[in-house]
Design a protein around this ligand. Structure first.
Ligand SMILES: [Zn+2]
Length: 165
């Protein structure tokens, strides 16, 4: 049985020198579906800027923290790889962010977005339906995870979310 995804999103901060990361609770990150969260892009950027005031971690600090949450070394490598891409996607390249949550988007492991639901998961983020192009399995996932999901059935990926009715 594979481990669930961590309940935090890892972001790499921009800048020179040693890499710095912050961990943000998924429940705090996402605007849109949860009442009281920011609606416009301007509100979102304000909200996001406030969220970045977290303790900063080095790569080894991140590894320790995620090990403590039960992730394997391989899963931590995946989280770090995603974090290194994510900051740019969430700030300067919103069009790239939209691209990776578009119907038909297929990630490098062959996981394809087939449907955008209007339902949120436990943390209020929108659930997408992903289909594995290797074995055909369908499962629910959050948009921010779509670019690095692996199939829970044939690629030993994290368990999928329930697909909303
Ligand atoms: Zn599969």
């Amino acid at each position: 049985m594979s481990a669930p995804l961590p309940d935090v999103i890892l972001l790499k901060l921009p800048g020179e020198g040693p890499e710095q990361f912050v961990m943000i609770a998924r429940s705090e990150l996402f605007p849109g579906l949860t009442p009281g969260q920011p609606a416009s892009r301007e509100q979102w950027m304000d909200h996001f800027a406030r969220l970045l005031h977290q303790p900063r971690l080095t790569e080894s600090g991140v590894r320790d923290a995620l090990l403590g949450r039960g992730l394997s070394a391989r899963e931590i490598d995946e989280q770090l790889t995603a974090a290194r891409r994510r900051f740019a996607v969430m700030t300067s390249q919103p069009t790239l962010w939209e691209h990776t949550t578009r119907i038909g988007y297929r990630n490098p492991d062959g996981q394809e977005i087939v449907k955008k639901t209007d339902k949120g998961g436990p943390e209020g983020q929108r659930i997408y339906v992903l289909r594995c192009t290797v074995c055909g399995h369908q499962y629910g996932a959050y948009g921010i995870d779509a670019d690095h999901r692996r199939c829970p059935v044939c690629q030993d990926g994290p368990a999928g979310l329930a697909i909303p009715e």
